[in-house]
Write a protein that binds this ligand. Structure first.
Ligand SMILES: Cc1ncc(COP(=O)(O)O)c(C=O)c1O
Length: 314
């Protein structure tokens, strides 16, 4: 991102465009669904069930994958039906997904009930956990890291750091395992999007545990401790999905300077964090940094009120 790098006066910024990965406007879930949907087909399932927030990118991409494969798709979404559907929710509906509204349970707490109901109707179900972040889903990101490593090598770029949004942990765990398989020295810097749920293991422990399962399955020699997971938790702001100045300014800067659209919940926050770290000299002006665009732009349309500004472009 030449223009943006010049505008900031460094670091040298690169971008990995998973927002262009296909499946209904792209995103990082294409990586996970490649493996998860293969298992659904291998198990001869006819219905896929997953969960997320009302504006979940994971749910929108799962609905697209299911439609393309001729499977039915059931989504357990947090919240209640809005008067008018827009953003990802509108796309879920256009893609033919059946929506089950789950109130304040947006992380898959309602999956078992839906599964039981469909099974009792004779359907063969395939349940994908929140965010697609299990062993198979994370495997998609181990493969993605191998892909990026080979692209960097071919282009002669020695990246110092990769910065990305981390929320349900599959992306982060997969990148850790993939990095170990490539023996790359790059620093993986996850930007935390969501706060800890009370009573859960720390997010670092969850990521390390998933990365270890994957390392074992892939026969890698490295194993990970929670302390190996580099996660910046300083940018969760007012909470999940609440847009503030950090996200607004990052989205606008990227759009104005590079013509690339970030999303309000994940990549806007993660890129805002990177800009702040640059401003604080925690990321140096001579570093080579890859920002992993993990998708999500359809959600922009459901955040019109928080994002709209009546000011002249800079
Ligand atoms: C656009 C976007 N970026 C990043 C993430 C985070 O990925 P993960 O859940 O694997 O941590 C998500 C997950 O929901 C997402 O939708």
């Amino acid at each position: 991102m030449k223009r943006l790098s010049e505008r900031l006066g460094g670091p040298h910024l690169w971008i990995k465009r998973d927002d262009l990965s296909g499946l209904a406007f792209g995103g990082n879930k294409t990586r996970k669904l490649e493996f998860l949907m293969a298992e659904a087909l291998a198990n001869r399932c006819d219905a896929v069930i997953t969960a997320g927030a009302a504006q979940s990118n994971h749910c929108r991409q799962t609905a697209a994958a299911a439609a393309a494969l001729g499977l039915s798709c059931h989504l357990a979404l947090g919240g209640s039906p809005p008067g008018v559907s827009n953003g990802n929710l509108l796309l879920d509906q256009l893609l033919g997904a059946k929506i089950h509204w789950c109130g304040n349970r947006r992380k898959g707490e309602g999956l078992i009930e839906i599964e039981q109901e469909l099974t009792s109707r004779g359907l063969r179900t395939y349940v994908i956990p929140y965010g697609g972040s299990n062993l198979l889903g994370a495997a998609g990101f181990a493969a993605a890291m191998v892909e990026l490593d080979s692209q960097l090598k071919k282009s002669g770029i020695r990246a110092d750091a990769i910065v990305f949004a981390s929320s349900s942990g599959g992306t982060h765990a997969g990148l850790m395992a993939g990095k170990s398989s490539t023996e790359s020295e790059v620093r993986l810097l996850g930007i935390r999007i969501d706060k800890d749920e009370p009573g859960e293991d720390s997010f670092e422990s969850q990521i390390a545990s998933l990365a270890n399962q994957l390392a074992e399955r892939l026969d890698l020699h490295d194993r990970f401790a929670p302390a190996d997971i580099v996660l910046d938790s300083n940018y969760t702001g007012a909470g999940y999905g609440i847009v503030g100045d950090l996200e607004r300014e990052a989205i606008r800067l990227m759009a104005e300077t590079e013509g690339i659209l970030l999303d309000p919940v994940y990549t806007g926050r993660a890129f805002g964090a990177l800009l702040d770290l640059v401003g604080r000299h925690e990321v140096g002006p001579d570093e080579q940094v890859v920002f992993w665009h993990t998708g999500g732009a359809p959600a922009l349309f459901s955040y019109a009120e928080s994002l709209a500004e009546n000011r002249e472009p800079t």
